[in-house]
Design a protein around this ligand. Structure first.
Ligand code: HEM
Length: 355
């Protein structure tokens, strides 16, 4: 399919589907041809906040927003989180070591990124349970939960305005580019985006990597014997089982791609999962091979919208999976378990993973 028809019009959904590596790379990075801003569905509170957030904008607005949020989300700030992430991983793994079994998704891979984001945003520990509930609500599109969260963030922003801390929200309130600051709606949109873009994706990266190791036990043995190879294993997991399968754009004008003309205004879906298995780009693309270098997968996107949270996701994955290798070297998925995929065209992962 990818070789014969890299760009296809799906008459049922009306979408243009792009499957090959060069096509997907182009759709993700060519913002003049493929807009992130046009054609975004407008919906309830959460969707509205999201549709005014950075991921749904084109330049010049995108450039301004990105410069603002990058000030509050620098690689140095992310690196400084390492000891705290290690502590959280330890808290989550200690009861599991005693018990001997767990649902890797529910007990470990899902709570970790939510707690990390809550702490980055400066949510007090006492509000963590409510935060987790709202965060699930935002991701599943439950309006009442996301309204509650909107109200909560609104108050938190006000509090931080008067008494700033060293959290991300205070940083975002302070951040300025050419004298411009984020307004409340944009702040709210960014906080919600962090939940939607950062939590389930990181959860799936952790669980998907275990699945990769389960299917390629020799790769698991190699990384158990040499932890220095863990970053490569994580990159290959991102290529092989990318947590984000596809990204949406709208053709800004008639665009020629893969021998087809996509008409202006048409919805376009760039299939990252298919591009990451393109044989023309990756030798033996159907094999999980952590020794692959370079590994130019598109799991974090490409171009101006390249994932802002990639350093955080990589850090969380290396701390969390490093601890799993050290403390639970015999961890294996329960044989014969039927895995239930998350029902989504966009994210790819499993609902439960008993180990
Ligand atoms: C953008 C994937 C984790 C925040 C993106 C994009 C992808 C992606 C594919 C590009 C979207 C586009 O081109 O339209 C992932 C994956 C993750 C992950 C696979 C985990 C394994 C995170 C985390 C955060 C985050 C942990 C923050 C806490 C963002 C933001 C954007 C983004 C803010 C928008 C950037 C922009 O529009 O300039 N992510 N992400 N992501 N991601 Fe991630």
């Amino acid at each position: 399919m990818r070789e014969r028809s890299p760009v296809v019009h799906d008459a049922r959904s009306g979408m243009w589907m792009v499957f090959d590596y060069p096509g997907v790379q182009r759709v993700l990075s060519d913002w003049k041809g493929f807009s992130s801003q046009r054609g975004r569905p407008r919906g309830g509170d959460a969707e509205h906040a999201l549709s005014s957030s950075i991921i749904s904008t084109d330049p010049p607005r995108h450039r301004q927003l990105r410069a603002l949020v990058e000030q509050a989300f620098t690689p140095r700030q992310v690196r400084a989180l390492e000891p705290r992430i290690a502590e959280l991983v330890d808290e989550l793994l200690t009861p599991v070591e005693k018990k001997g079994t767990m649902d890797f998704v529910l007990d470990f891979a899902s709570p970790l990124p939510v707690i990390v984001i809550a702490e980055i945003l400066g949510i007090p520990a006492s509000d963590r349970d409510a935060f987790k509930r709202w965060s699930d609500a935002v991701v599943t599109g439950d309006r009442s939960g996301s309204r509650e969260m909107g109200a909560y963030f609104g108050e938190l922003v006000e509090r931080r305005r008067h008494a700033p801390g060293d959290d991300l929200i205070s940083g975002l309130i302070e951040a300025q580019v050419e004298g411009e600051q984020l307004n409340v709606q944009e702040l709210l949109g960014f906080c919600m985006l962090l939940l939607v873009a950062g939590n389930e994706t990181t959860t799936n990266l952790l669980a998907n990597t275990l699945l990769c190791w389960q299917d390629a036990p020799e790769a698991h043995e190699v990384v158990l014997a040499d932890r220095g190879l863990l970053p490569n294993s994580i990159e290959e997991s991102l290529r092989f089982r990318p947590p984000v399968q596809s990204m949406f754009r709208t053709a800004a004008q008639d665009v020629e791609l893969g021998g087809q003309v996509i008409p202006g205004g048409a919805p376009v879906l760039a299939w990252i999962g298919a591009a990451n298995r393109d044989e023309a780009q990756f030798e033996h693309a159907a094999a999980f091979d952590p020794s692959r270098t370079p590994n130019r997968h598109l799991a974090f996107g490409n171009g101006i919208h390249f994932c802002l949270g990639a350093p955080l996701a990589r850090l969380e994955a290396s701390v969390a999976l490093g601890a799993v290798l050290d403390r639970l070297p015999n961890l294996r998925t329960v044989p014969g378990t039927a895995l239930e995929p998350i029902p989504s065209q966009i994210v790819s992962g499993v609902k439960h993973l008993p180990v």
